[in-house]
Design a protein around this ligand. Structure first.
Ligand code: ZN
Length: 282
């Protein structure tokens, strides 16, 4: 069970195959291993992961994917991100291999880095940073350093990723202090509420597994995946809306829900009512 690999051991082929071996990761979720298939370690976590990520991918493609003048290359590029993340996650739960774990966690880290660089509100930049390009470079540096550090103690990575979620919620809180639009506030509360439910499932699966095994219900990690994908869909719409509102206000962005504005868990999306060219300045 490799905890970390040293630079000297990296090239040994035996060690390399070991990194791909089934159950070579130190993580193991509550779901019974090999219960439904001899080739898939955690059947429900794998299948649900794949389904929920494909749904998110579909949503993002519908929301941001069309070849519209108003979206920059980076913004169009970022909408393909859920697919590799979903595939790596499914691969991780299928094998519980060390390589699967790292691919899964690092792909999430890099998507987060890209999103921070692209959408983090300019007003919340540290005072020594004047423009988005410098901010993006700083984020890129932090992402590279975090990537290297992730090999030191891989079991801590999942906790670190959840800390990013806390920082995003904190930043949204700062943004919401000056917001009076009920639609925006509602979207923020839905996203935070979904995240609280999701993280409760994650923690409960991690630390209360023996209890859930007694009840013969070991699927909380699968439920976490579904809830977190919903939370990401809500939060990314909110962040994209805030970004459009501050950076390209003349595009007249507004929030709507599909299929109906009154549905509690309708799907949020952004409508741009302005017709002029609305490229973001960098
Ligand atoms: Zn998972």
């Amino acid at each position: 069970r490799p905890l970390s690999f040293s630079p000297t051991g990296f090239y040994s082929s035996e060690k390399m195959t070991g990194l791909f071996a089934y159950e070579s990761s130190d993580l193991d979720w509550c779901e019974d291993n090999y219960r439904h298939s001899e080739h898939i370690v955690e059947y429900f976590n794998t299948v649900k992961m794949y389904l929920s990520e494909t749904t998110l991918q579909l949503l993002w493609t519908i929301l941001y994917g069309h070849n519209d003048d108003r979206y920059s290359g980076q913004e169009r590029g970022i909408n393909v991100c859920p697919l590799p993340t979903g595939l790596f996650s499914a691969y991780f739960h299928m094998t519980l291999s060390f390589m699967g774990q790292m691919l899964d966690e690092l792909s999430i880290l890099w998507v987060l880095g890209l999103c921070y660089g692209l959408w983090f509100p300019r007003r919340l930049f540290p005072s020594f940073i004047k423009d988005r390009t410098t901010f993006s470079r700083l984020v890129m540096m932090i992402t590279v350093v975090t990537t290297l550090c992730s090999f030191v103690k891989p079991t801590a990575n999942a906790y670190l990723l959840n800390c990013f979620a806390l920082h995003i919620i904190y930043s949204l809180g700062l943004e919401m202090r000056t917001c009076t639009d009920p639609k925006v506030l509602r979207l923020c509360w839905s996203a935070v509420g979904l995240w609280v439910l999701a993280i409760s499932c994650w923690i409960s699966d991690r630390f209360g597994c023996s209890f859930w095994q007694k009840l013969n219900f070991c699927y909380l990690h699968g439920i976490w995946h579904i809830l977190i994908v919903m939370a990401v869909a809500y939060a990314s719409t909110l962040i994209a809306y805030l970004d459009a509102n501050y950076e390209i206000p003349y595009s007249l962005p507004s929030l709507q829900y599909w299929p109906n504005d009154n549905w509690v868990l309708g799907l949020p999306y952004i409508v741009l009512k302005g017709t002029t060219k609305t490229h973001k300045r960098f």
